[in-house]
Design a binder for this molecule. Structure first.
Ligand code: HEC
Ligand code: HEC
Length: 206
């Protein structure tokens, strides 16, 4: 079991997922009034266990969700649920979700303020190389001049560098196939070393 999955098991256990029907259910002759449904903030606690408070991730290889357009978020949740984007942790999170759940979580994500600037220093040389690469390959043409994304296109600015590099490598190797082929095509002709400069540049957006 990897780190993310064991974390999920702990979270689910805390939420009572693995408990059998309790005494309340057995003796349900006189019904108590139904408890109020959990707020989205309460429901997001499950996500925050991995994606961080307010959707700003402190977990290696786990993306921040803060600032992602809600349409991008719902697209990805859909891909996880349908098993078209492969990740064990996210597949188990998404597989039981209804369409209403997908909508509720992605609407919630869409209104989280974007992450603060990275707390690691930027390397000026790699920033310059990353900027030149991003310009040559028209990344901003789809991701926006400030890389904040929009509609079904991901926000990249201030995303975790380790996650950016991993997911760029997956697109590059056609291990991650998006909603469309846009990213697989955008990375054609880029070398593995150049992916590192791109990830560094995007993670350190001012
Ligand atoms: C056990 C840890 C864990 C939990 C709990 C978890 N996630 Fe994730 N999530 C991940 C990881 C890891 C990824 C990156 C997967 C990859 O590399 O493809 C991810 C990716 C995502 C993405 C895609 C983000 C992007 O930038 O492409 C969305 C959206 C998402 N999660 C939403 C949620 C929501 C909503 C919840 C709560 C209902 C949740 N996650 C709970 C670990 C988790
Ligand atoms: C033709 C439009 C287009 C271009 C050009 C483009 N992208 Fe994308 N990008 C997308 C779309 C759409 C997605 C969402 C993937 C999906 O469909 O699931 C995405 C997703 C990503 C992701 C994943 C983000 C996440 O949170 O998981 C990264 C990283 C990324 N792009 C980086 C880049 C870089 C770097 C460039 C330039 C080399 C680039 N993109 C050029 C459209 C584009």
């Amino acid at each position: 079991m990897n780190l993310a999955l064991s974390k999920l098991a702990v979270v689910l256990a805390a939420a009572g997922f693995f408990l059998g029907p309790g005494p309340a259910l057995a003796a349900s002759k006189h019904k108590d009034p139904a408890p109020p449904p959990p707020t989205m903030q309460e429901r997001f606690a499950l996500c925050a266990a991995c994606h961080g408070e307010g959707g700003v991730s402190r977990t290696p290889l786990t993306p921040s969700l803060a600032g992602q357009p809600s349409f991008y978020a719902i697209t990805q949740l859909f891909l996880f649920r349908e098993g078209r984007r492969a990740n064990e942790a996210m597949t188990s999170v998404a597989k039981g979700m209804s369409d209403d759940d997908l909508r509720a979580f992605s609407d919630y994500i869409g209104q989280l303020p974007p992450p603060p600037p990275a707390d690691t220093p930027a390397d000026p040389l790699r920033m310059a190389r990353g900027a030149a690469l991003a310009q040559r390959h028209h990344c901003a043409g789809c991701h926006g001049a400030d890389y904040s994304g929009g509609k079904q296109v991901a926000r990249l600015a201030r995303q975790r560098e380790d996650y950016l590099l991993q997911t760029l490598r997956q697109f590059h190797a056609a291990q991650r196939v998006g909603y469309t082929q846009a990213m697989n095509e955008a990375l054609a002709g880029i070398s593995p070393g150049e992916l590192e400069d791109l990830a560094h540049f995007l993670a350190h957006q001012p």
